[in-house]
Design a protein around this ligand. Structure first.
Ligand SMILES: N[C@@H](CCC[C@H](N)C(=O)O)C(=O)O
Length: 283
């Protein structure tokens, strides 16, 4: 099985080109995905992006509304679970489509479980995706590293709880232990939640860390970055604006207008290979 490895601000993915959706990614309750993503025994990644045609049975079975899209981003977290959307993933996905000769430079629709996202990609430079509206929900609390934090629910196609730290706790962001899943309100988030912790907006920028549902702490999260930007703006009474988001893995820019949000940042392909290829003996 041929794979490509890529990342967007160090949120990393194994990309499988499987136009007809022939690979059984759910076999063994996601065992293949967990094996691919394992950081010691596998390739190592936060998730798997399957590149399938929108008319492939896997896309049809997922209930994907293909619209104008030829390609479906079939995303799974490192633990094998499905997620509706992945903002860094869809940018890496578009870079892969371009490098593989499946699209030309330009703006293209990609079908996801959360709907169609339009991605603008060229051979060099950042990749931008129109992420659609980010919908603010109620406030809720989480418990992590001995702290009870208040955040706001943000629906970016997938669920987020974005917690803007009060000013006196902001200096503790770097040292927070985000390894364990933060406690959350299962009534508000019945399918689990991605939890972002971020500094308050200052000079148009925030610093953000994230614990992702199904992947643990990651170096960056595109949908989480959008959720964090929207929460940071909301915390200062704004519904629109541009926010630079510094994550442990790099910097992204989020633009929020009344109707939609965009996410811009690097997306790189770093390796390709064959999974499961027998390694020839050297002696
Ligand atoms: N890293 C992704 C989000 C991946 C899905 C998430 N873990 C979930 O379960 O919703 C991103 O860049 O958005």
């Amino acid at each position: 099985m041929e794979f490509v490895k890529g990342h967007g601000t160090e949120n990393d993915f194994v990309v499988l080109t499987d136009p007809d959706g022939e690979i059984d990614l759910d076999a063994g309750d996601g065992a293949l995905v967990r094996a691919l993503c394992h950081r010691r025994r596998g390739i190592g990644a936060d998730g798997v992006l399957r590149v399938a045609r929108t008319d492939a049975p896997v896309a049809v079975a997922a209930g994907v509304d293909a619209g104008a899209a030829t390609w479906f981003m079939d995303y799974r977290n490192a633990d094998g679970s499905l997620a509706e959307m992945c903002g860094n993933g869809v940018r890496v996905f578009a870079r892969h489509l371009l490098v593989a000769g499946l699209v030309a430079p330009g703006t293209h629709p990609v079908a996801t479980r959360a709907g169609t996202r339009w991605v603008t990609v060229d051979h060099q430079g950042p990749v931008t995706v129109d992420m659609g509206p980010a919908i603010l929900g109620p406030t809720s609390t989480t418990r992590l590293d001995g702290l009870e934090l208040t955040g706001v629910a943000v629906d970016v196609g997938n669920p987020h709880l974005a917690c803007v730290l009060p000013a006196h706790l902001a200096p503790r962001l770097d040292a927070l232990d985000l390894a364990r899943p933060p406690a959350h309100d299962a009534t508000l988030f019945p399918r689990g939640v991605n939890v972002e912790v971020l500094t308050p907006l200052a000079d148009g920028a925030v610093t953000l860390r994230v614990h992702e549902r199904g992947s643990g702490e990651t170096r960056s999260c595109g949908t989480g970055t959008v959720a964090g930007a929207v929460a940071a703006l909301d915390a200062v009474g704004r519904g629109t604006g541009a926010v630079t988001v510094h994550t442990p893995g790099g910097t992204l820019v989020v633009a929020v207008d009344g109707a939609t949000t965009t996410l811009t940042g690097p997306a790189e392909l770093v390796a390709r290979g064959t999974w499961g290829a027998p390694v020839p003996a050297t002696h």
